[in-house]
Design a protein around this ligand. Structure first.
Ligand code: GUN
Ligand code: ZN
Length: 485
């Protein structure tokens, strides 16, 4: 891998980055979405995607162009940029998806890579094998071996200005995804799609999708630009960005529009069931659902709305990364659908991994639900507690206390636990919390007390707090506890 990608603002594993695409002579700001352009059907012309919606990069399928008697010669003669009339960068896919849908395709990886180079693709893709979820392990290993041979062979195509992507496969086996990520990073290829996640998303298996992405990321390392192949629903962008995905591709905006589906950041609505438009994009501001339903332009109008919400969510995510409240946004999105909540919970189970790139200071931590207690900042505070020096006796109190002698008094704050005076005004312990806390907040605070006490067995720790008794089960024996009600 070279230095085509540079990240300059982080939040959890999410980042704002700059992807240089030398053959197109442009730099793409990530995270972003590449609209999928079907060379045969263009509901919204590519130039409009750039000029009206701000698309800096799109993706199209070289296998469809290669197989089309109408378009193949045109693409070879004019080049992709002229053929599609698009001023930004163009990524091309290889036909792997057709391979997974129909079982075979009629080109080799080298042939289709050569074709992608000939038509002027800026980011080409070899023919990887998208192994389905839950495939038997032995079969996954064999297909992964084939994918990896093709990635190795694709390296010669990335020697010029054209970038080449290195898809990471491995089905639902996280150890295979991790080693596939490692191998992909070693090929020297440029952009790293996590493949074969479409079936997981179609089945609302967002928790497993996150496990697969986090595993691929462990193998790839934080410097690699990561594309989530086939992910185009705006409700999951914030979650996937927080897991470290930089590029998305959306066919959903167009495909959904064809059968009357209206995208929102909370899920999908059916146009005929909508009484009001919950959106202020130009389409929704100027029309009613019934008006769009009756229009000859229904598909076009719906596609436009779908793209407006898609790009708006990308901008919202970038703003959240800059402000340092991406996890608050993910948490909000997680309330839109139980499967998204599953995805967020799966993400938080990887808090150790998220913590490595999460900034030490951000805008105020908002505690919004029990999930907030599992955020990487809480984990980091707990680790820090183990390194703090403590006196012989320490009183931890969530208010003022009379009649207990101790060398020092520290406050305690759910979900963080003990907070020494010198940290009390700093991120993240200066968090905003609701007055009515949940069990998770107390449970994690008690875990913080336990970690401090366990790291300092000779310190006499007394906790005085108005916490529920169940939260205290984790405390070690030598901790004195005085519960106040
Ligand atoms: N489009 C959606 N998923 C995939 C994948 O795994 N590989 C390729 N090449 N294209 C895809
Ligand atoms: Zn709208």
């Amino acid at each position: 891998m070279n230095d085509i990608f540079e990240a300059h603002d982080w939040d959890a594993a999410g980042r704002i980055g700059r992807l240089s695409v030398p053959r197109a002579g442009v730099t793409v700001e990530t995270p972003t979405i590449m609209p999928v352009v079907n060379p045969h059907i263009q509901t919204i012309p590519p130039r409009e995607l750039a000029e009206r919606f701000g698309a800096q990069i799109l993706i199209t399928n070289s296998y469809i162009l290669h197989g089309s008697d109408d378009l193949r010669e045109d693409a070879l003669e004019k080049g992709l940029h002229d053929l599609l009339d698009f001023p930004g960068a163009i990524m091309t896919d290889s036909g792997s998806f057709q391979l997974s849908e129909y079982g075979e395709i009629d080109v080799t990886s080298a042939e289709i890579l050569d074709f992608q180079r000939e038509i002027g693709s800026d980011i080409a893709t070899p023919v990887d094998i998208p192994t389905a979820p839950d495939t038997e392990r032995e079969a996954v290993e064999i297909e992964l071996g084939t994918t990896q041979e093709r990635l190795d062979a694709a390296a010669e195509f990335s020697s010029g200005k054209m970038l080449v992507s290195a898809p990471v496969q491995g089905s639902t086996y996280t150890d295979l995804r991790e080693s596939a990520g490692e191998h992909a990073a070693e090929t020297g290829l440029d952009v790293f799609p996590v493949g074969a996640v479409v079936p997981l998303m179609n089945d609302y298996r967002y928790g497993e999708m996150i496990d697969v992405v986090m595993a691929a990321k462990r193998g790839l390392g934080p410097a690699a630009p990561v594309h989530l192949f086939g992910a185009g629903h705006p409700m999951m962008f914030a979650l996937a960005v927080a897991a470290g995905c930089d590029l998305f591709d959306s066919a959903a905006y167009a495909i959904y529009a064809r059968d009357g589906r209206y995208l929102t950041v909370r899920g999908t609505e059916h146009l005929e069931e909508l009484e009001y438009f919950p959106c202020s994009c130009p389409v929704c501001a100027e029309h009613t659902p019934a008006g769009v339903e009756a229009s000859d332009e229904r598909e076009r109008l719906l596609s436009e709305h779908n793209l407006y919400v898609t790009f708006a969510e990308i901008r919202r995510i970038k703003a959240a990364i800059r402000e340092g409240n991406l996890l608050e946004l993910v948490e909000t999105r997680a309330r839109g659908h139980p499967a998204m909540l599953d995805g967020y919970r799966a993400l938080l189970a990887h808090s150790e991994q998220l913590e490595r790139t999460d900034p030490a200071s951000k805008s105020t931590f908002f505690y919004l639900s029990g999930e907030s207690a599992r955020r990487p900042e809480v984990l980091r505070h707990h680790r820090r507690l183990e390194r703090l020096s403590v006196p012989d006796s320490l009183l931890l109190a969530d208010g003022s206390v009379d009649g207990i002698e101790a060398d020092e008094v520290w406050t305690v704050r759910p979900p963080f636990g003990p907070v020494p005076p010198e940290l009390s005004e700093t991120y993240p312990v200066n968090a905003e919390l609701p007055d009515r806390l949940d069990g998770e907040a107390y449970a994690l605070a008690a875990r913080g007390v336990a970690r401090l006490a366990e790291a300092n067995p000779d310190c006499e720790v007394t906790l005085v707090a108005g916490w529920p008794e169940v939260a205290l089960a984790a405390l070690p024996e030598h901790t004195n506890c005085i519960l106040i009600s």
